[in-house]
Structure formats: C-alpha cells, structure tokens
Design a protein around this ligand. Structure first.
Ligand code: AMP
Ligand code: GLY
Length: 424
C-alpha cells in the first residue's frame, strides 16, 4: 500500500515510524514532514491547507491511503475531499469533526444523549455572558467555542478573571473561534485520556495516556500543546474504562450515527475523574500529540491494518496488542515556548541514543547540510519504555541529558502523579 501521512509534528513522526513497520506498506510519504520523518519516509513539500493540491499529489503518486494527523485538517474537511476523489482516508468527516471543532456542538450532543460533562451555558452576546457570570462563583471555566490551538480555554480562579476572559473572547483574541463563548462549571478531579478507534459502527478502545499541558514543573506556567505524556495511565482502571465506554463513548458514537454523520477515525476523549464518576472534558477528533508517541512505542499490532480497517468500516474482530511496559515521553522545546522563541539552533548528541525501547521522535526540526536544526516550538520527543513508570522516566532523562541543545528546555517531572501514586 502507498501511504501518505499529513502533518509535521511528533505525532506524525510516531505514526510514520509505526506505519513503516507494516508488511502491508510499500511506500510512505509525509507532507510536509520534519527532520525525523525524512529519515524513514519521503517528505513532500505540499501546502496541506490546499486540498486540491493534496488530492492532486495523491493521484499523481497513486496513493492508496491517507492518514491525517492535525486537528486543523480534520476540522477543515480534508478527509471528505480526499474520499470524494476515491482515495481511502483515516480522518473523520467535517460534520463528525465538529466534536473537536465546536465546543457547543459537543455540549449539545452530550445534552441530547445524557453524557456526563460539566454543566454549561453558551453565549453569543458579551453582555449576557457577563450578566450570567455575576450570578456564578469561581473557579469557573471560559471557552472560546471554536478551534483555538488549545489556547481558547481559561480556568478562572476569580469572577474578575472570568470577566476578563469573556471580554478577550468577544474582543477577538481567538478570532472567529471566540464569536461565541461557553461558560462551564469547574470540575474537580484528575484528567486522563482514552483513545478509541471507531469505524462508524464498531468501537475499539486503544489505550489510555496522561498529558502534561503546563510549560513548567509541578504543572505551573502557561498551557502548551503538551510537554510530556505516559501510557498507560494506571488511574484508569478496567472498570472505569468500561464505564467510560458505556456512559460516554457509546452514546457519542450512537448519537452521531443517528444524526447521519457517523464517526470514522480516532476518538480522543479528555476525561475528568470526578467524585461523581468520569465526566467528559472535551473530545478531539484525531490522535494526541504527545500521547501518540507513547502509544506507538507500546503498540505491538500492525498500525496500518488498524487505521485502514477504521477508514473502511471493517474494524470488527480486530484486537490490538500492547506492550505491558509503560512508555513515557518528554518534550524538548525551544526556550520561550509557548511564547516567542528563536529557531535555527543546532542540535547534537542524538547519535548515541539508539537503544532498544528508546525513540527520539522529531517535531519542529529540519536538516540542513547534514546538521539537525530546531525549527519550531516543540522540537524533540524523547520516548522510552520501562518495566514501570519510574524506570521509563529514568531512561528518558538519561537520554535527555545526552542531547546537546543549549537553546532548548524540558520539564524534569513528567509522570510525577503516577510515580507518587506508585510510592504510596
Ligand atoms: P480543553 O481544551 O477543553 O481540553 O481544556 C483545556 C484544559 O482546561 C483541560 O485539559 C482541563 O485541564 C481544563 N478544563 C477544561 N474544562 C474544564 C472544566 N470544566 N473543569 C476543570 N478543568 C477544565
Ligand atoms: N496533547 C494534547 C492534544 O493533542 O491536544
């Protein structure tokens, strides 16, 4: 099979790395790719926001199957345009992708299907939103309704801060995404993510992971795309997972099917384990970054087979196998990320890191004259397996310490919640 992966992050490098192991694969392309994907696949210079250009490339290169990584392409409906051209594609439809593209779409579906989630109200008028806030207490959560690169959510500790967030949204801080605003009850608990493949009908739970969204140690500092992750997340017991499948995933998939917009792709459920049971924080309509990096290191089955079955409605009967080990990944980011940062600095020291169960996935990197250069905010994902999370963490940081990149930084405490839990 001739396969094209769309995207350029650590997620896409991890997907490409796993796809490259498939006996079904004959040739692998990544558009636009990065310094890491270029080593295992052919990087393609392609504007992935130009759907006609992507379809044109697929026809020219006789691509059999396209795997779409990033949220923006899912929400823009790239999958529909590729399928219309007669090419199989792992990517939910634009209609089903609204699960990620519109917070109020998901909230309305939760209402309709009785799915546990935070109570909420949606506002298109700033004055009505502010009036409502006057009747509430903090903490409270303010969300721009549309896609805002993970930055449209404010967990406000005071009503004053909540008012500020509402005013920012309506003042255009998140562009069109902020034209309507969701105000949500604050949920108390620990967050965990569950990934489920769905072919429109059959649901196949993959595994769990826990991300670390804040930039600095101890979960402090600004929100980022994710600074590290581990899998599996032991806090999600098999009983809890069954409850989430029954109360959250199954009604979501049924609801979308009944509306005539079945979900085909990976459903990434962000969950809060509250005292009243698991509740949905949000859905993403694609794989997580950096959660994919840890999941791919643990996956023992053929990823290409699984994704193709998802895209073609033939998932029934598949049962992915996973390593019993824990995988952990740490993101090396450019100093300044998620704010302003410089690019172009040289990265060294990666040569000696080729050990069994260790992978350095690339995100914002490029190669120039044989050198590896930083080219983005999140740059490298140092990923390792260990018999338990503490061992995985030790192995990762041993590698991190060998990488020579003075312009980068990372968190030193990825996995801390699970490590503390294991100690007690
Ligand atoms: P989202 O983009 O919806 O995942 O929100 C980003 C982050 O904000 C989540 O990962 C949570 O940490 C936090 N968050 C969102 N909604 C809530 C809520 N209702 N209660 C508590 N925390 C929340
Ligand atoms: N790791 C968070 C995300 O992929 O949205």
């Amino acid at each position: 099979m001739r396969v094209l992966v769309i995207g350029s992050g650590g997620r896409e490098h991890a997907l490409a790395w796993k796809l490259a192991q498939s006996p079904l694969l004959s040739q692998l392309f990544v558009a636009p790719g990065n310094g890491g994907t270029g080593e295992i696949a052919e990087n393609v210079v392609l504007d992935i926001t130009d759907h006609a250009a992507v379809v044109g490339f697929c026809k020219l290169m006789r691509i059999d199957f396209v795997v779409v990584g990033p949220d923006a392409q899912v929400v823009a409906g790239l999958g529909d345009d590729i399928r219309t051209a007669g090419i199989a594609c792992f990517c939910p439809s634009k209609a089903a992708g609204q699960l990620e593209g519109s917070k109020s779409f998901t909230k309305a579906l939760c209402d309709e299907m009785g799915i546990p989630t935070a109570a909420y109200r949606r506002f298109e008028s700033e004055s009505e939103a502010l009036d409502y806030l006057a009747t509430r207490t903090a903490p409270i959560v303010i969300k721009a309704d549309g896609l805002a690169a993970g930055k449209g959510v404010t967990v406000a500790e005071t009503i004053e801060a909540a008012r500020g967030a509402v005013e920012d949204c309506f003042a255009g801080a998140f562009g069109a995404a902020g034209a309507s605003v969701v105000i949500e009850e604050f949920m108390v608990g620990e967050e965990v993510s569950l990934f489920v493949l769905c072919d429109g009908q059959t649901m196949l739970p993959l595994t769990t992971a826990q991300d670390h969204k804040r930039a600095h140690d101890g979960d402090t500092g600004p929100n980022t795309g994710g600074m590290g992750a581990y899998s599996p997340a032991d806090i999600m017991t098999p009983e809890l997972e069954a409850q989430v499948m029954r109360e959250i995933i199954e009604p979501t998939v049924r609801g979308l099917r009944e509306r005539g917009t079945p979900y085909q792709g990976v459903l990434y459920a962000g969950l809060m384990l509250t005292a009243e049971g698991p509740k949905l924080v949000e859905y993403n309509a694609r794989f997580g970054d950096p959660e994919t990096q840890v999941m791919m290191l643990r996956l023992q089955s053929d990823l290409l087979e699984l994704l193709y079955a998802t895209a073609t409605g033939t998932l029934a009967g598949h049962a992915p196998r996973w390593s019993e080990d824990t995988a952990l990944t740490v993101i090396l980011a450019s100093k300044g990320y998620p704010g302003a940062y410089n690019t172009g600095s040289a990265i060294g020291g990666l040569e000696g890191l080729n050990h069994e169960g260790i992978e350095v996935f690339h995100a914002g990197t490029r190669r120039e004259d044989g050198r590896l250069l930083a080219a983005g905010g999140r740059v490298l994902n140092v990923t390792a397996l260990g018999a338990d999370i503490a061992e995985a963490q030790r192995r990762v940081y041993r590698c991190v310490d060998q990488i020579d990149w003075p312009e980068g930084f990372c968190r030193r405490d990825i996995g801390w919640r699970a490590i503390e839990r294991a100690r007690h």
